[in-house]
Design a protein around this ligand. Structure first.
Ligand code: NDP
Length: 249
């Protein structure tokens, strides 16, 4: 894919950046000249991702963190330092029908996908780590197309992602006058370890319903993040961009 963005001098933080969509976002911002900090849960995955990015030594660093843990978010934000673009991408699924879903299944997903975004964003905001004069304070939150339309077996996940959209719009209103934009991306079905867990016949049936006849790629989401972080998107605030090949039409 042709790279069209220049983010030299920009500090970017990507949660859940060690694999899947997050890892592609990290790679694309590095290639566009940013310094990038990866926040992720699993130390081994994090180390493996940093090893794969060794060509960008000095421009990329990573911290092991659980976004559900407020104290660790605060500590890691301090170690991360100044940020221009925060991409709240970490997320999990625990799919079950409502009848089978336990309160623990529900709570875990809300804690990570919704409260986690609150914790991470607050950790930078409260410690005044968003760089005041970059003119490019951007918050990009990963929602999902299912937040807009519902999905069988995903009461917890859909609730968390619908909450992300509401929270994004509120931040757009509250933080706009302070030089921020806050937007959400609603990916459709993207080829990542998360969707690799789904049975092949389910994946085939999804593709058959996508007008462009393919699963999304992590690059499709990464390029949308770059657009939202770019000067070209400085008047886009509080919106949700669906990147789903038209699956919901
Ligand atoms: P992956 O599972 O591949 O990656 C998510 C990353 O987030 C993992 O590295 C995971 O770590 C990390 N993570 C999970 N929990 C925590 C936590 N508590 N603290 C810190 N990091 C954590 O997911 P995808 O790349 O597929 O998805 C990325 C985002 O996009 C998610 O928010 C997802 O909901 C959203 N999305 C994805 C779609 C898809 O089709 N793939 C569709 C719509 C939205 P670990 O592996 O150790 O758990």
């Amino acid at each position: 894919m042709t790279k069209t963005f220049d983010f030299s001098g920009t500090n970017v933080v990507v949660t859940g950046g060690a694999r899947g969509i997050g890892f592609q976002i990290v790679k694309d911002f590095l290639e566009a000249g940013s310094s990038v900090t990866i926040w992720d849960y699993d130390k081994d995955t994090l180390d493996a991702s940093l090893k794969e990015l060794s060509a960008f030594e000095g421009k990329v660093k990573g911290f092991q963190v659980d976004v559900t843990d407020v104290a660790s978010c605060n500590e890691v934000a301090k170690s991360t330092g100044s940020v221009d673009v925060l991409i709240n991408n970490a997320g999990i699924t625990r799919d079950k029908s409502l009848k089978k879903m336990t309160l623990d299944d529900f709570q875990k997903v809300i804690d990570t996908n919704l409260t986690g975004l609150f914790n991470v964003t607050k950790s930078f905001l409260d410690q005044e780590l968003f760089s005041a004069d970059s003119g490019r304070n951007r918050i990009i939150n990963m929602a999902s197309v299912v937040a807009l339309y519902g999905n069988f077996g995903q009461t917890n996940y859909v609730a968390s992602k619908a909450g992300v959209i509401g929270m994004t719009k509120t931040w757009a209103k509250e933080l706009g006058r302070k030089g921020f934009t806050a937007n959400a991306i609603a990916p459709g079905f993207i080829e990542t370890p998360m969707t690799a867990k789904m049975p092949e016949e389910v994946l085939q049936s999804i593709v058959s319903k996508v007008p462009v006849q393919r699963m999304g790629r992590p690059e499709d989401i990464a390029q949308t993040c770059m657009f939202l972080a770019s000067e070209a998107a400085s008047y886009i605030n509080g919106t949700v961009i669906s990147v789903d090949g038209g699956v919901t039409l």
